[in-house]
Each structure stands twice: as structure tokens, then as C-alpha cells.
Design a protein around this ligand. Structure first.
Ligand SMILES: NC(=O)C1=CN([C@@H]2O[C@H](COP(=O)(O)OP(=O)(O)OC[C@H]3O[C@@H](n4cnc5c(N)ncnc54)[C@H](O)[C@@H]3O)[C@@H](O)[C@H]2O)C=CC1
Ligand SMILES: Nc1nc(=O)c2c([nH]1)NC[C@@H]1CN(c3ccc(C(=O)N[C@@H](CCC(=O)O)C(=O)O)cc3)CN21
Length: 290
């Protein structure tokens, strides 16, 4: 089933993102989180790919398992890093043969220790180039991409970033998922600017429940997302109390999601970080309300 057919403001699609674990313990955590969140009957789940394409085999294996064994619609993230177009074609053929209908096309982060993205020899520099490649080949995927309500960290201006997004969508995207944000005003402003720029595909908000203060500081610095002052002060106050931190994270994300739904978003994509409790509580609260 193509995700674009599930994105519908009158029946919004909740989806969950996981990353391929690096250790046996991580693997056990992931399987537990997956099992737990599967009971919420997500519209789809997605599996990320590590920087430089480092986890590709694991990403594909997990997507196939989720689709075939759990019967949940699954989307593979594929990045431009570390792989040639020929290797990409092989992976796409494998996904296609296994009836995986959806791919999230990303450029990908520079590998750890590097600050600048370097394409693989003969590979793609921008996600839009991979989108064009997939559309030129004889595949029939529903394609998603990433977008940045606060602007991508590397972009000199939000207007440039929006122009690049427009070109990426025009190359053949069916929908986009946003970078995480903690203030809905960024999302609503962005959607308005995107529509004005002629970007007409569904724009799915990406939400990450905060569970750990240091992690959120590290990651928001890396990806350029703003933590609103009021939330930062609240987080500061409970930083030594994991339980209060988790409650605050769930409460903040739930309020964010309630407002997004009341204003007609087509779905909400949760960055679960392979943990189930926060996402479960939020989705349960949202379902109870509607
Ligand atoms: N796992 C996920 O869901 C998400 C992952 N990401 C990560 O964010 C990073 C960026 O990936 P994408 O958004 O796919 O990259 P992209 O290729 O769409 O854009 C990357 C940067 O290049 C710029 N750009 C694009 N086309 C250009 C052109 N023709 N000329 C000059 N500049 C251009 C963009 O403005 C942006 O600053 C990746 O590291 C991705 O993995 C971001 C959000 C969500
Ligand atoms: N630039 C960028 N790269 C991504 O991979 C990415 C995004 N943005 N935005 C959306 C989601 C969110 N993702 C995230 C968000 C946070 C962590 C994180 O905090 N990771 C921990 C390690 C987690 C673990 O191994 O348990 C860290 O401390 O970095 C990782 C991926 C992946 N996606």
C-alpha cells in the first residue's frame, strides 16, 4: 500500500520510525518496541539508514521482516551516501520484489567525524538526484523526502532551502516528512510558505518525544531545531529526575499533536528512537480524544 494513499486529514495516519540496532541488546530493545507499538496499528513504520549508507543491509532486512512477518506497511530510508547508482538499483529491485511500496529518499548525514557530505564515486550529491534516478528507472514506488520547517542546517537561507525542496518534490516526491520541531508555529509557517511556493504534496509533521535531556541538547544542536525557551527552562528544572523528564516530554508532544490534528494534518510521524513508552502514551491519548 502506498503511503500517499494513507495520508488523509480526515483519518490521520500515525507512523513510527526506528533505527537499525548496532548491538544484540539494541536488537532486543527494538523488537520489544516494535511488538509493543504494533498493537497501536500504525499506518506504517519506517527504518532509518546510518550515515554513509552504513546500515543499508540491516535497514533492508528489517523492513522486509516488518512487512512480511508483522504484516505492517514498512518504508525503507535510503541515503545517497556510500553507494553507487548501480548498488541502489539492486536494493530497489529487492524491495520491489518483496512488495515494499515506499521509500524515503534522503541525502543522509555526513559520517561521524566529517562535517561536509561527500557523494560516493559516481553517486548522488542531493536527494533530488536520487529521486530523479528512481523515477527514470522502471520502478513504481511511493517516494517520500525530508523537509525542514526551520531550514536545513547547511542552507544559507530558508528561501534557498525551500527552492531546493520545490525542485526535489518536482523530481517526483509523493509526500514529505518534517524534521523534528518543538514549536508548532514553525510547522504552520512552513506549510504556508511551502504552499505559496507551489509545493502541493502532503507535509507530515515529524515529532520526537523528549525522554533524555543530554540527548535532546546534542541532537537539536546537530540538526538546528530550536527548543523554545519555556520548554528549555522546564527541562532544566527536571533534568535530574528521569520520570519527571519523561512526563514532561510526553505532555509537551501530546499538546503539540493535539493542536496539529485540530488543524488538519494528514498524519504524524513519530521519531521513536526504538523506545515505545512515550509514543504509546501519546498515541493512546490522541486516540482517546478523537
Ligand atoms: N531520517 C529522517 O527522517 C530524516 C533525516 N534527515 C537527514 O537530514 C540530512 C539532509 O537530507 P535531505 O534533506 O534528504 O537532503 P537534501 O539533498 O534534500 O538537502 C541537503 C542540503 O542541500 C541543499 N540543496 C539541495 N539541493 C541543492 C542544490 N541543487 N544546490 C545547492 N544546495 C542544494 C538543501 O537546501 C539542504 O541544505 C540528511 O542527513 C538526512 O539523513 C533529516 C530529516 C529527517
Ligand atoms: N539530520 C538528521 N539525521 C537523522 O538521522 C534524522 C534527523 N535529522 N531527523 C529525524 C530523525 C530523528 N533521528 C534521530 C534523532 C535522534 C537521535 C539520537 O539522539 N541518537 C542518540 C543515540 C541513540 C542510540 O543509539 O540509542 C545519540 O545520542 O545521538 C538519532 C536519530 C533520525 N532522523
Amino acid at each position: 500500500m502506498k503511503i500517499r494513499n494513507r495520508l488523509n486529514p480526515s483519518d490521520p495516519c500515525f507512523s513510527f520510525e526506528f533505527f537499525p540496532p548496532r548491538t544484540d541488546e539494541g536488537e532486543a530493545n527494538l523488537l520489544k518496541a516494535l511488538e509493543d507499538l504494533a498493537t497501536l496499528q500504525p499506518g506504517f513504520v519506517s527504518v532509518t539508514e546510518g550515515a554513509g549508507g552504513s546500515t543499508r543491509a540491516k535497514t533492508v532486512e528489517l523492513v522486509l521482516r516488518i512487512k512480511q512477518e508483522a504484516g505492517i506497511e514498512a518504508m525503507a530510508h535510503l541515503t545517497c551516501g556510500g553507494h553507487s547508482p548501480a548498488e541502489l538499483r539492486t536494493v530497489l529491485e529487492r524491495l520491489s520484489a518483496a512488495k515494499v511500496d515506499n521509500v524515503l529518499v534522503l541525502r543522509g548525514d555526513p559520517p561521524k567525524g566529517q562535517t561536509v557530505f561527500e557523494p560516493a564515486p559516481g553517486g548522488f550529491r542531493y536527494a533530488s538526484e536520487m529521486v530523479r534516478f528512481i523515477r527514470e528507472e522502471d520502478f513504481n514506488f511511493c517516494l517520500g523526502g525530508a523537509c525542514y520547517p526551520e531550514g536545513h542546517v547547511e542552507t544559507p537561507s530558508r528561501d534557498d532551502d525551500l527552492r531546493h525542496l520545490k525542485a526535489k518534490v518536482d523530481a517526483g516526491l509523493d509526500f514529505v516528512v518534517t524534521q523534528l520541531f518543538f514549536d508548532n508555529a514553525f510547522y504552520f509557517d512552513f506549510v504556508e510558505r511551502a504552499r505559496r511556493a507551489g509545493i502541493n504534496v502532503p507535509i507530515v509533521p515529524g515529532i520526537m518525544p523528549i525522554t533524555n535531556y543530554e540527548q535532546i541538547q546534542r541532537f537539536t544542536r546537530l540538526c538546528g531545531a530550536t527548543v523554545p525557551m519555556r520548554l528549555a527552562l522546564q527541562l532544566e528544572r527536571v533534568k535530574d529526575n528521569p520520570e519527571a523528564m519523561a512526563q514532561l516530554g510526553v505532555a509537551h508532544a501530546t499538546v503539540q499533536c493535539m493542536e496539529l490534528l485540530s488543524r488538519g494534518v494528514p498524519g504524524i510521524h513519530f521519531y521513536t528512537l526504538n523506545k515505545s513508552p512515550a509514543t504509546r502514551m501519546i498515541v493512546s491519548a490522541l486516540r482517546a480524544r478523537s
